[in-house]
Write a protein that binds this ligand. Sequence first.
Ligand SMILES: C=C(OP(=O)(O)O)C(=O)O
Ligand SMILES: [Mg+2]
Length: 578
Amino acid sequence: MTSGAPAGAPGSRCEAGGTGVTETRLLGVGVSHGVAIGQVRHMGTGVVEPPARRVTPADAPRELARTRRAVRAVAADLRARGTLAGGEAQAVLEAQALMAEDPELLADAERRISVGSGAERAIHDALAAYRALLAGAGDYLAGRVADLDDVRNRIVARLMGLPTPGVPDSDEPYVLIARDLAPADTALLDTSLVLGFVTEEGGPTSHSAILARALGVPAVVAVEGVGRIASGTVVAVDGSTGEVVVEPDAARRERLAEAAARRRAAVLNTKGPGATSDGHRVPLLANVGGPADVPAAVAAGAEGVGLFRTELLFLSGGERPPEVAEQTRVYREVLAAFPEGRVVVRVLDAGADKPLAFLASGATEPNPALGVRGLRALLAHPEVLAGQLAALGEAVAGLPVHLEVMAPMVADRADARAFAEACRAAGLAASPGAMVEVPAAALRARSLLREVEFLSVGTNDLAQYAFAADRQVGAVSRWQDPWQPALLDLVASAARAAGDAGKGCGVCGEAAADPLLACVLTGLGVTSLSMGAAAIPQVRATLARHTLAQCRRAAEAARAAEGAREARAAARGVLSGE
Ligand SMILES: C=C(OP(=O)(O)O)C(=O)O
Ligand SMILES: [Mg+2]
């Protein structure tokens, strides 16, 4: 058998032979690290096509009542799943429940019933119209189509008396394959049975990917043709390289199992603060969305919080921002969990994929990701920013924690100055910082650092804007790969400027959760890494195996490569070969 280096674009297929056994290797995008080997089971999310049953006007009230009951039951089920799952998943499931309960949707179904459609057909067609609107919106809304399809399948299945689509029944551990995993399912995956998962669609920042990392389950997304693998077939999933090997031969299974055991042992044996093997400190921090995420961060040994996404608090608040007292309570809960630690709170990042009615400009934006979002929205509504900074000031009073505050979507020095001035005006005793998410900010980091005390690179958005590749769209996931050398160049520019200014430059995007890339980022001069808690132990272990000089050489090799796959292979070559 010849394994060879991964070749081709994500989703490409190659045969490998050599010992008489033929394997099929599929390539996707590895989004959650680790290796899983096991039998395939498919997610039961096939579209249920309801019959075009005609009903008489006399039956219409009964059909409408059935529709209402089904919608209520599905929304309640989604909320119950959210309560069980907690954290980031809960907000996603709540959003799905709201989709199901949308009054416009019910009104459309009612219209269809009144002209003779049965309940299941009416809701199916009403959701199809809604879906077409979302898919055609050409922006972040298109990324919600999978969530909407899941809502449709659940309501239609309930009306037709079919089992709820979702995770397959199995007593044996398995590798889950799906077109795209709906949040309702990933939230409740039994990690003792699900060895890993593979999806045909999705990208590194899709819900499936984010939730897989939160669960600590190996995952590969954007694997073309994976839906055709028969149930029961054994596959090996490598969430680090993005490889899915169908019917791996004995030698490969052994190699992968050994590598997985080595990684597990390294994780168990590496404790303490983040550092390279020669003692260069790189604090490992957690990304949190609120107090619910804190226990996992503490358990993983996070040295603090590098990104507190405050949007969740605002997204659940409805028409108005949450009261200052409520904000203060929530912030204090997170701050109190890290005495003597560092907690970086990001002020509200609204707009684009996180729309909030009370911050909308009123004008419809043709491309919200390039519109009034992040800091731009806050500067247009200074009272919201002032309320948040006031709440933070009250929350930190008397606590020994080292609080830092940063702004999302800073584009230039004027933005950085406006944010630093707002912090000063609020009398907040916390260092102000700027997120580097816009290429202009990375290129002119030096100028931003005249206004703020630190930088934090958000690689998710930085990749989106550097490559003009919407982070919600699986079809452009190749450009969202944080190993893209152009992205590494931008990170290097920000880190060098911060180093020259004697200030810190962290990374808090998903890139920091990739253990190999964490070494490369360290080599580029990044001074702290913040990630979902589940990734911290593996990143700590990998960093502890390499010196700073090795990390620097790996960074140089990656930047010299022509593409993301080549960059990863080059860095791997340097780090495993030395
Ligand atoms: C950390 C980031 O912010 P978010 O994912 O919340 O937009 C990023 O863009 O990398
Ligand atoms: Mg961002």
